[in-house]
Design a protein around this ligand. Structure first.
Ligand code: 5AD
Ligand code: SF4
Length: 449
């Protein structure tokens, strides 16, 4: 979501004479687009601001200047407190106000005097009215925000406070943006939202569309070969969306479906509104619709009150599901959330131990998943040149980066690739129609099919 928001900020400022700079140190304007989800992310902002203060001084010593802004959810949560703590900051604006950037910049220096600007209100619809992925920063793949905010109020989470209540963009706006992206050469669209599968956009006829319906319509747009969506909330996976996985070939067989914990006690304290058994039943349903689907999840360890047995239940759930990929975090108390005030907060060292155990299991599952891809033929959408010479990188249907030898002409194409090797996070291979090198043939000749 932040990557998408940053691209939109760049789009908005382009007609006002700004262009992207490679290095923050050379910039007239530096915008730190921040994340407030865990304490560590929020604290990084202040160390980065220290660095920007020195960069600003260097520019001033050379007769130039630098405007420093803090955007995103730390800005939303802390407001003018940021300027008090870091006076170098000129502007603070939340995730719902960045469409006003040109006007804010003009206000900053009105009448020759510099004044500080803090904008943290919530005019979501207004923002969506003025925003659209213009195409100047569009590549082969693009994000498209269809839904923002969340009112699930998981007890550990700041999102409902920083991003505000759930809001779905109207269907017509989303489709118009998807068509613009397709016309600009985009082949893969990832529909974005904090709670994307809770999408319920107005359709103009007085009704609302679900995400499943929206996906089916986007699949009709010529040029769009792949559709993904993230992030989903388990109890919002409705029948229409699950059956879209069976029926829409453009919908990729990969789903990020955070479960957070495998313990019913903890899930309840988290206010997740589903049990471990319900999550497992949902996974079964999704796999029945699309047997080759790969799943990914988020986990939190060391939630207040989580005991060894709760943690074991999480490990057990992971064993039962088998994830292709996952993110796991130590619980981080966020000011103002109910969980931060709960008793039985877990020691940091204990959290670290549990995280290490969980990550070991998840990493092993990811490795096993990648290893099982070797020898298969996948459609790969090529996105960019690789780091090595004469190498390009694309994505498998399961979102794994795939490296092959090839030239930039292949970028934007979808090509069948025989996977020949795997690493911890990526795969490599060669076009499936190309004759295998002699040693490969020799090995395969001796292997039963
Ligand atoms: N502490 C740790 N992890 C958190 N997440 C959200 N809030 C917290 C928190 N307070 C994790 C959840 C969520 C992901 C985006 O971040 O796992 O799914
Ligand atoms: Fe946060 Fe996701 Fe829960 Fe919403 S559903 S409160 S964004 S963890």
């Amino acid at each position: 979501m932040n990557v998408y928001d940053s691209e939109r900020m760049a789009d908005i400022l382009t007609p006002h004479g700004y262009s992207l700079s490679d290095r923050a140190d050379d910039a007239d304007l530096v915008i730190l687009n921040t994340c407030h989800i865990r304490e560590k992310a929020a604290e990084k902002v202040y160390s980065e601001l220290g660095r920007m203060r020195r960069a600003q001084q260097t520019r001033r010593d050379h007769g130039a200047d630098m405007t420093i802004a803090v955007a995103g959810c730390v800005a939303q949560a802390e407001g003018d407190e940021i300027i008090r703590r870091a006076p170098v900051v000129d502007m603070v604006f939340g995730p719902q106000t960045y469409h006003r950037l040109p006007e804010m910049l003009a206000r900053l220096d009105r009448d020759g005097a510099r004044r500080k600007i803090v904008e943290t209100d919530f005019p979501v619809e207004e923002k969506f009215d003025t925003l659209s992925a213009a195409g100047s920063h569009a590549g082969v793949t693009a994000f498209l925000t269809v839904q923002e905010g969340c009112d699930k109020f998981c007890t550990y989470c700041v999102v409902p406070y920083t991003r505000g209540a759930e809001f779905s963009r109207p269907v017509a706006d989303v489709l118009a943006e998807a068509r613009r992206l397709a016309a600009a050469g985009v082949r893969e669209i990832t529909l974005l939202g904090q709670n994307v599968n809770a999408y319920h956009g107005e359709a103009g006829d007085g009704g609302n569309w679900t995400l499943g319906r929206l996906i089916r319509e986007i699949a009709e747009i010529s040029g769009i070969a792949r559709i993904r969506y993230t992030t989903s909330y388990p109890s919002e996976m409705d029948h229409d969306l699950i059956s879209a996985h069976a029926e829409v070939p453009q919908l990729m067989p990969y789903l990020h479906l955070p479960v957070q914990s495998g313990s019913d006690r903890v899930l309840e304290a988290m206010n997740r509104r589903h049990s471990a058994a319900e999550y497992l039943a949902l996974v079964d349903k999704i796999r029945t619709a699309r047997p080759d689907i790969a799943l990914s999840s988020d986990f939190i360890v060391g939630f207040p009150g989580e005991n060894r047995r709760d943690f074991e239940a999480t490990l057990q759930l992971v064993e039962q599901v088998g994830f292709a990929q996952a993110y796991s975090f130590k619980y981080s108390a966020r000011p103002g959330t109910p969980a931060a005030a709960m008793p039985y907060q877990i020691e940091e060292a204990e959290k670290s131990d549990r995280l290490a155990v969980l990550q070991q299991l998840l990493t092993a599952q990811q490795r096993a998943f990648n290893a099982a891809c070797v020898g298969k033929d996948f459609d790969i959408l090529f996105e960019k040149p690789g780091r090595a010479a004469n190498q390009i990188v694309g994505r498998s249907p399961y979102l794994q980066p795939v490296h092959i030898e090839g030239t930039a002409e292949l970028i934007g194409d979808i090509t069948k690739v025989r996977i020949t090797a795997h690493g911890a996070n990526s795969l490599s291979g060669r076009p499936a129609d190309r004759a295998a090198p002699a040693h490969d043939v020799a090995i395969r000749a001796g292997t039963p099919a």
